[in-house]
Write a protein that binds this ligand. Structure first.
Ligand SMILES: Nc1ncnc2c1ncn2[C@@H]1O[C@H](COP(=O)(O)OP(=O)(O)OP(=O)(O)O)[C@@H](O)[C@H]1O
Ligand SMILES: [Mg+2]
Length: 233
């Protein structure tokens, strides 16, 4: 039996009076790609922010590698949530250097992650002058610096052209064999269809569907059926 690297149990987030994440129970298998789908405002980013420690949960549990999640687990979790936080006046290498210093990581890791995301040849170019796709890849490089077991990518292909999407998809697909589990959020169904081993569908803060992705499934029909029916997973 494959183990779950991450589980949430009745994870809930309330902002003011709005239950933005409503009793969500995710099961993320080790060394898989899990696609979290849902319309705008469904609660995807909020869920991922709780897992990456950017915001506190209101209630529920998060289990990482079969123990209760604590902030210490963030050393094994890498995240790119919404947009990458870059120092725009610094190059790719300098952006990574700042973080290796903060995290106490060896400089050698900088070249390794630049190689993985294919940004080795950007030289002195400032990251503020990067294309959107290059910025996303640098964001992923930052998320990979600490050698995470779990990589969380929130809408990683946002704004990318078809070539950029294809490249990023190949990159994401390469992670499970390196021992990296990926949670990917998106509202682009085709992207998830070709990348994910498992999918979860969130709507109005509720997890409506969670299952293995069967290639050949009509994800668009499934998505519409799930979002329109009021049922929970
Ligand atoms: N800090 C906050 N304070 C109050 N409400 C918030 C906050 N962050 C998110 N929300 C609300 O929570 C809901 C879910 O937002 P979230 O960003 O998680 O959605 P999403 O699924 O990531 O959507 P998208 O696909 O547009 O990125 C929205 O109604 C949003 O307005
Ligand atoms: Mg979002």
């Amino acid at each position: 039996m494959d183990k779950y690297i991450l589980e949430t149990k009745n994870l809930t987030k309330i902002f003011g009076k709005q239950k933005v994440v409503d009793n969500i129970s995710l099961k993320i298998k080790k060394n898989s790609v899990y696609g979290l789908l849902g319309p705008n405002g469904a609660g995807k980013s909020t869920t991922l922010k709780m897992i990456t420690g950017m915001i506190h949960k209101t209630s529920g549990e998060i289990t990482f590698e079969e123990h209760q999640w604590t902030r210490n687990d963030l050393s094994d979790i890498g995240g790119l949530i919404e947009v990458p936080a870059l120092y725009e006046n610094l190059s790719a290498r300098e952006n990574l250097k700042v973080r290796t210093l903060l995290l106490g990581l060896p400089d050698s890791r900088i070249d390794e992650v630049l190689e993985i995301v294919d940004l080795k040849d950007t030289g002195k170019k400032k990251s503020g002058q990067f294309s959107l796709g290059m910025k996303q890849r640098l964001g992923i490089a930052i998320a990979l610096l600490n050698n995470p077991k779990l990589l969380i990518l929130d809408e990683p292909t946002n704004g990318l052209d078809p070539l950029g999407i294809q490249e990023l998809r190949d990159l994401i697909r390469s992670f499970p064999e390196k021992g990296i589990t990926v949670i990917l959020s998106s509202h682009i169904l085709a992207e998830v269809e070709q990348t994910a081993d498992y999918i979860g569908i969130i709507h109005n803060g509720e997890l409506k569907y969670q299952n293995r992705m069967n290639h050949g499934d009509n994800l668009e029909k499934l998505f519409m059926d799930v979002v329109k029916s009021g049922k929970r997973a």
